[in-house]
Design a binder for this molecule. Structure first.
Ligand SMILES: NC(=O)c1ccc[n+]([C@@H]2O[C@H](COP(=O)([O-])OP(=O)(O)OC[C@H]3O[C@@H](n4cnc5c(N)ncnc54)[C@H](O)[C@@H]3O)[C@@H](O)[C@H]2O)c1
Length: 439
């Protein structure tokens, strides 16, 4: 079986490599010629654990190819996937569908025979129908079936998530054409039958909405525990015990109940916003999602204020060491990372920021103020610092010796925005230790 995948980003590259691992012949297409040239030479454009090996193995076996030539990639392909970006549209928060629509049109023009066109990008409900109209208008002569196959992988554990997902969602149109598309997609995902992975086969609109509903629910759960953490601080309770006591209830579940500086990343912020806009337009507003978006934005802004307060009301002339810049560990992805909200106001207030992140610093340099300095290690960042802020819970930071950190620093303020350290141990080491939602 042969497929083409448009977009060699976080989703396209992982999905393409994993399908190749399933035994499918995959041709990855990207408009970014430098990215494709790099991939051909074995350079992986993103950091994702295990991806380099998977790409290398499948490229060597000839199952995974990279090109900018769409027509060539589509030759003999039974399905063409769209895994291009759908960022927030500037100004109004709707999903920017220009990449999806452009890609759909390019596919239609390049097609030489019947085809299944699958949207893997996260797109608002109704987009599948628009994609179908674009393709039919460009190529009324062709039999093209559209389908929706949203992706649920998490950066940092993307390969495991793709290979052993909780479910696969497939949306198709009613009628024989839709059934053909569903059959092609079922065949592609056949190796997952080994794990008895449920396939949720549904309409395109429902599939599109499932993806947003899932992301919005998870974002809401994170925001819920973050607000609960703030309440815990006021009333002397411990948010970790609250989360454990809640999470052990099977109806609630323990995941996504870890307090922090507010959710970030390439999906939750833009997807919650886009869903709220879709609902508003449909005349069926989602107040919980709207509130989640607002509460999370406000939270990220208050994190810098926490740093200022911990330093006695001013950071001017102070050196702040920052551990972790990416939106979560095990990725280099900086999109909407909390660091982008926390660090600029501190730099603007006159602090010298010295940051270290195991894999996000190249990306961070493009997004953070030019005055931010970058260290080669956590200890180097801490050297002579007045305060230390832990923003991303990389495992390497859990393993740091508190005594060595404390000895390297000039000051004694430690703000642990991910609650990775033990408050007692940190206080015993002489830190003025602040965490989230703990007494
Ligand atoms: N990143 C995640 O964890 C994640 C998880 C699930 C779903 N998604 C969704 O998947 C989609 C892709 O996200 P991403 O993070 O992989 O984006 P990305 O920005 O990393 O990658 C998108 C790629 O598409 C390429 N591209 C754009 N137009 C193209 C075209 N016409 N033809 C070929 N390539 C083209 C870009 O050059 C880029 O390399 C988004 O809709 C996102 O919401 C992302």
């Amino acid at each position: 079986m042969r497929i083409a995948m448009l977009g060699a980003g976080y989703v396209g590259l992982v999905s393409g490599a994993c399908f190749a691992e399933f035994g499918v012949e995959v041709c990855l297409v990207d408009t970014d010629a430098a990215k494709i040239a790099g991939l051909r030479e074995g350079r992986i454009p993103i950091y994702e654990p295990g991806l380099d090996r998977l790409v290398e193995d499948n490229a060597r076996e000839g199952r995974l190819r990279f090109t900018t030539d769409l027509a060539g990639a589509m030759a003999g392909a039974e399905a063409v996937f769209l895994a291009v970006g759908t960022p927030s549209r500037r100004g109004d928060g709707h999903a920017d569908l220009s990449y999806v629509f452009a890609a759909a049109e390019q596919v239609a023009r390049a097609a030489t025979g019947p085809l299944v066109l699958v949207t893997k990008s996260t797109v608002p409900v109704g987009t599948g129908r628009q994609v179908r109209d674009i393709v039919r208008e460009a190529r009324p002569d062709l039999a093209v079936e559209v389908a929706s196959n949203p992706e649920f992988l998490r950066e940092g554990s993307a390969i495991g998530d793709f290979m052993r997902p909780d479910r696969v969602v497939i949306g198709t149109e009613a009628g024989p054409g839709g059934e053909r598309a569903l059959a092609v997609l079922r065949r592609l995902y056949r190796p997952l039958y080994l794990f008895e992975t449920p396939i949720v086969a549904t309409s395109i609109e429902t599939a599109e909405l499932i993806k947003y509903a899932a992301n919005a629910f998870l974002a809401m759960k994170v925001t819920f525990i973050n607000e609960m953490a703030d309440l815990c601080e006021r009333v002397g309770a411990d948010v970790h015990d609250v989360a454990r006591g809640m999470g052990l209830d099977g109806r609630i579940g323990s995941k996504f109940l870890h307090p922090g500086p507010g959710y970030g990343g390439s999906c939750f912020p833009k997807d919650t916003l886009a869903l709220a806009r879709t609902a508003e337009d449909a005349g069926s507003p989602l107040r919980l999602v709207e509130t989640t978006v607002a509460a999370n934005e406000a939270r990220k802004a208050t994190m810098a204020e926490r740093v200022v307060a911990a330093m006695g009301g001013s950071v001017a002339g102070k050196t702040i060491a920052v551990l972790g810049l990416t939106f979560k560990p095990e990725t280099d992805d900086m999109r909407d990372a909390p660091s982008l909200s926390v660090l600029p106001p501190l730099a603007a207030a006159g602090a010298t920021i010295r940051a270290f992140d195991p894999s996000g610093m190249d990306y961070a340099r493009q997004l953070l103020p030019a005055s931010v300095e970058y260290a080669a290690s956590a200890l180097e960042a801490a050297e002579g610092a007045d305060a230390l802020v832990l923003l991303t819970e990389w495992n390497a930071f859990r393993a740091l010796s508190p005594a060595r950190l404390r000895a390297a620093m000039r000051g004694d303020v430690l703000l642990d925005f991910r609650n990775v350290y033990d408050p007692e141990a940190m206080r015993a080491e002489g830190f003025r230790y602040h965490s989230i939602g703990r007494p």
